[in-house]
Design a protein around this ligand. Structure first.
Ligand code: ATP
Length: 470
């Protein structure tokens, strides 16, 4: 993870938030490449979950909502993690992780939680620990100038409740019929006790959530349908099925209103962890909002004359976790035979981390992003920066390509060095404009993973990129 985090900083994928002030634990900023990577993840999700479907529409709800939303959802009363404090060094832990790390399990009691014996602070070694106490994960703020109990509001800990609260308005205006879905992408905030594993558990993060409303009784089939759709989507952004897993929650671990839940997990360098949860939540959320708001949130089927509160299947994914999985999956260090980048035959060996390349080879770091999510799709290089004809021709090609794709223009240094920079950024194709271009209007297109080069007519470039980059 350290190697990947260092590349992320060096190449401008991810920075610590407020770094010049020493950072703020649990908060991260995305640099130029990371921003583009996240945009691509969001767009790929929106494309497949909303744009390409007849039965899903979008929503962009506010981050701060009426506090009653969070009473109805159960977050004010129940969105809490048990935590343990070391009384000596004051370090605070999430109780379940704290026990797990010491090979034990947190004990559930009738009134809450208890610690098994023998645990010690992993920071100072003390055994003087508090009992597990509940800690609400919602960030509180005040709306308006008066800071008292009546003006308390919360930053949303999930985007889903905005969807439930607007169910009727969307239904009335979108001409959708059950089954149909409402999708939303946006920031969520949780005051996590122990932010860790780089960006994996942050205090500010982004969710992509779909609430798919269905007829009661069809829960199992729609749940299976969405698990399958979501697995296909992960394959479409280049996460291999060998690194993905489905964690099916046993019935006894489900929330009382849920009939099924499957977590999609990825094998991170720090272990197998959740990217997305797909839950069949019955009609719990809409019923609770009916109860707390006094408004009817049901659906009338005109064909069958039936009235019901729809059930819901909820695939809920985290943009940041998916970005991290993509970064981990893409990272490779290789030793390549010298000259291979200039088109010579020669081997590529997977590098041994931390060792120098053997005689006759050079090292390259390459981010093998799927073209769908690669931050930059094409880089354009004029062979020499002091030849105005090459620069002008290159610029013309670059302007044409970048009206469609995120592109990068680089005139500095030897071509090999420019390739190496794009390999680290994960750019699938590099286009080089040379003297032959001026004669026959062809360019060299170099593919990132195989490093193969081909000569392509400039007028074919757009078509080639359309074929290969989607
Ligand atoms: P965990 O058990 O890891 O805390 P969760 O089960 O509480 O996650 P959900 O409430 O199901 O998570 O949220 C849906 C998705 O939102 C998660 O699958 C994850 O991708 C993302 N997510 C939740 N909490 C965080 C966080 N603290 N940082 C980054 N992403 C998060």
């Amino acid at each position: 993870m350290d190697v990947i985090a260092s590349l992320c900083k060096r190449r401008g994928f991810i920075f610590q938030s407020s770094e010049i002030y020493g950072g703020l634990n649990g908060f991260w900023d995305y640099g130029p490449l990371g921003t583009q990577l996240k945009r691509n993840i969001r767009e790929a999700w929106w494309m497949d979950v909303v744009q390409r479907r007849d039965d899903v529409v979008g929503l962009d709800a506010s981050i701060i909502m009426h506090p009653k939303v969070w009473e109805a959802s159960g977050h004010v009363g129940g969105f809490a993690d048990p935590m343990v404090d070391c009384k000596v060094c004051k370090k605070r832990y999430k109780a379940d992780n704290f026990c797990e790390e010491q090979g034990q399990e947190l004990i559930r009691t009738a009134t809450g939680f208890a610690l098994p014996p023998g645990l010690q602070c992993t920071s100072c070694g003390s055994k003087d620990l508090t009992e597990p106490r509940s800690f609400n994960l919602m960030f509180k703020t005040f709306v308006g100038p008066v800071e008292d109990g009546s003006s308390v509001a919360y930053l949303r800990p999930e985007t889903a409740q905005g969807i439930f609260a607007q169910f009727s308005n969307v239904l009335d205006t979108s001409r959708q019929k059950v089954p149909f879905g409402i999708a939303q992408i946006g920031k969520a905030f949780r005051n996590e006790i122990n932010p860790r594993n780089y960006t994996f558990r942050s205090r500010e993060f982004e969710q992509m959530e779909l609430e798919f409303f269905i007829k009661p009784g069809t829960d199992a089939e729609w749940h299976a349908y969405w698990v399958n759709e979501r697995m296909k989507w992960y394959a479409s952004i280049g996460l291999p099925s060998s690194s993905l897993h489905q964690d099916v929650h046993p019935k006894e671990k489900l929330a009382h209103y849920a009939s099924a839940c499957v977590d999609v997990q990825y094998d991170f360098p720090f272990g197998r962890q959740e990217l997305e949860g797909i839950a069949a939540r019955g009609n719990y959320d809409l019923s609770r909002h009916q109860e707390f708001s006094g408004k009817t949130l049901d659906y009338f089927n005109q064909e069958t004359n039936e009235r019901f509160v729809p059930h819901v299947v909820e695939p809920s994914a985290g943009v940041d976790r998916i970005a991290l999985a993509i970064l981990c999956n893409a990272y490779r260090e290789e030793w390549i035979a010298k000259g291979k980048d200039e088109g010579a035959a020669g081997q590529v060996i997977e590098a041994e981390l931390g060792k120098p390349a053997p005689e006759g080879y050079e090292a390259r770091t390459v981010m093998r992003f799927h073209p769908r999510v690669a931050p930059i799709k094409v880089a354009v290089f004029p062979l020499l920066k002091n030849k105005p004809e090459l620069v002008a021709k290159g610029r013309e090609i670059f302007e044409s390509l970048r009206s469609v794709w995120p592109c990068f223009w680089d005139v500095a240094g030897a071509i090999g060095r420019r390739y190496r920079r794009q390999d680290e950024a994960g750019t699938p194709y590099c286009v080089t404009v040379d003297f032959q271009t001026l004669q026959d209007d062809t360019v060299t297109v170099r593919e990132r993973d195989s490093m193969k080069q081909e000569r392509v007519a400039v007028k074919e470039l757009d078509h080639l990129m359309w074929q290969r980059l989607r």
